[in-house]
Design a protein around this ligand. Structure first.
Ligand SMILES: *Cc1c(COP(=O)(O)O)cnc(C)c1O
Length: 379
C-alpha cells in the first residue's frame, strides 16, 4: 500500500504551503524600506500571537537560542534562579542557567505531572531575591501543560519574573501572556507557528526589562537591548533569515484570519479528540495534565514502543515521536499542533491502532476512531 508522508511529531511540524511559497521568493536586501515594511508588520502581528502589548524580539536561531538569550539577559550571577523540571525541556533551563554560573534551585516534578504553584509560592517567600522562575508551557517530552496562569498569579505578587518556554505550543496551546502576567515567553518557528525551523522569539514585559537593566551576564548577538533598539526602527541588528521572515509573515496573516481564540479552540478540540480516541481503544495517557498540542500515549505492556514508533514510519508513512530518557520505548507522542486538522489526527490514531494490531496487541480501532470523530463533531 502507498501511504503519503505525514509529519505528526512535535516539531518540526508541517509547513503551511503559502509560507513555503513565500520563502521561495527572490532574495531582497535586508536594509531596505521594502524589508522594513515587512518587519514592521511582523513585529506588530507577533504581539497578537503572543497575546501581549510588550515587544516581541526576533532571533535567527532555533528556539533554544531564545532560551539562552532569556537567561543571559535577565539573570545575575549573585542572585538565584528557580527552574521547574519534569521533562527534557524543563531540564534544559537548568542546564543553561548552570552554564552561566547562576545559583540554580530546582523543583523536580515527576515526569507526567505538572508543578504545584504552591511550591513556587513557598520557595519565593524563602528567597524573594530570586530573579526568575523558568518553566514550560507545553513540556513536549511528557505532553504535560504546567499551570502557567496560576504561576503568573504567584510571581506577579513578587519581584521575580516568570519566564516560559513556549516553543512547543505558542500559537496553538493557549497562552494569554499579559492577562496571565507572564513576563517572558519564548517561541520557535517550527512548532505551532507552521514555518520551517530557524527563527526564535521572546516577548519581554516591563518588569522583565528591569531585570535586563540589572543583569551582569555577557551577551552580544542575543542582547535583548540591542534587538529592542532595532525593533523601534523596524529592523534587526544583524542579517536576519529573510526568507523565513517572508514565511512568518504569511503564517501570521493566516493566524490573524483564523483568530487566536479559534486557534486555541481548534487545538483544544484536537487534543480532546485524540485523548478520547486513544482511551476508547483501551489505551492510557502519560500526562496527568495534558496539553492541547500533543498526546503521549502509554505503550501497552508487552509491546515494544521503539518498534511501534518505527512502524508508524515504515508501514504508514507517519512520523511521530517516541519517549526519551526514563520513558524511552514506553510512550508514543503524537502532535496535533500548528498546520494540522482533524483528519491528521485521525490518520495518526488509525495508524496507532493498526500498528498495535500488527504487533499482536489487539485493540478496537473502530471504537477509537468513532470516539475521536464524535468529539470533532461536537457530539
Ligand atoms: C522543540 C522544543 C525546544 C527546542 O527548541 P529548538 O528549536 O530545537 O532549539 C525547546 N522547548 C520545547 C518545549 C520544545 O518543544
Amino acid at each position: 500500500m502507498f501511504y503519503k508522508r505525514r509529519l505528526l511529531a512535535p516539531g518540526p511540524t508541517p509547513v503551511l504551503e503559502d509560507a513555503l511559497l513565500a520563502s521561495a521568493k527572490p532574495m531582497i536586501h535586508h536594509r531596505t524600506e521594502e524589508f522594513n515594511a515587512v518587519l514592521k508588520q511582523v513585529f506588530q502581528q507577533l504581539k497578537e500571537v503572543f497575546q501581549t502589548k510588550s515587544p516581541v524580539l526576533l532571533f535567527t536561531s532555533s528556539g533554544t537560542g531564545a532560551m539562552e538569550a532569556s537567561v543571559a539577559n535577565l539573570c545575575r550571577t549573585d542572585k538565584p534562579a528557580l527552574v521547574i523540571r519534569g521533562g527534557k525541556f524543563g531540564e534544559r533551563w537548568a542546564d543553561i542557567t548552570k552554564v552561566y554560573g547562576i545559583p540554580t534551585d530546582v523543583i523536580d516534578v515527576p515526569w507526567g505531572e505538572a508543578v504545584d504553584p504552591a511550591l513556587v509560592e513557598k520557595y519565593l517567600k524563602q528567597k524573594p531575591e530570586t530573579t526568575a522562575v523558568f518553566t514550560t508551557l507545553s513540556e513536549t517530552s511528557t505532553c504535560v501543560a504546567h499551570p502557567i496562569k496560576e504561576l503568573g498569579a504567584v510571581t506577579s505578587k513578587t519581584d521575580t519574573v516568570l519566564v516560559v518556554d513556549g516553543i512547543s505550543g505558542l500559537g496553538g496551546q493557549e497562552c494569554r501572556t499579559d492577562e496571565w502576567k507572564v513576563d517572558v515567553v519564548v517561541a520557535g518557528s517550527q512548532k505551532a507557528l507552521m514555518i520551517p525551523p530557524g527563527l526564535a522569539m521572546a516577548s519581554v514585559s516591563d518588569k522583565a526589562w528591569k531585570k535586563v537593566k540589572e543583569s551582569n551576564l555577557p551577551k552580544y548577538y542575543f542582547s535583548f537591548e540591542k534587538h529592542f533598539k532595532n525593533i523601534e526602527k523596524d529592523t534587526t541588528p544583524y542579517t536576519p533569515a529573510v526568507s523565513l521572515i517572508f514565511a512568518l509573515k504569511t503564517a501570521l496573516d493566516r493566524m490573524h484570519a483564523e483568530g487566536m481564540d479559534s486557534i486555541f479552540a481548534r487545538h483544544k478540540k484536537l487534543g480532546e479528540a485524540m485523548r478520547a480516541g486513544a482511551q476508547a481503544m483501551g489505551l492510557t495517557l502519560f500526562a496527568k495534565r495534558p496539553v492541547d498540542v500533543g498526546t503521549a500515549v502509554n505503550v501497552p505492556a508487552g509491546v515494544d514502543g521503539g518498534k511501534l514508533k518505527k512502524m508508524f514510519e515504515s508501514d504508514f508513512g507517519i512520523t511521530v515521536a517516541g519517549g526519551q530518557d526514563s520513558i524511552k520505548g514506553k510512550v508514543v507522542r503524537i502532535a496535533h499542533m500548528g498546520y494540522m486538522d482533524p483528519f491528521d489526527g485521525l490518520a495518526a490514531l488509525a495508524a496507532l491502532g493498526m500498528g498495535l494490531d500488527k504487533l499482536g496487541h489487539k485493540v478496537d480501532v473502530g471504537a477509537g476512531l468513532g470516539a475521536y470523530i464524535r468529539v470533532i463533531q461536537g457530539a
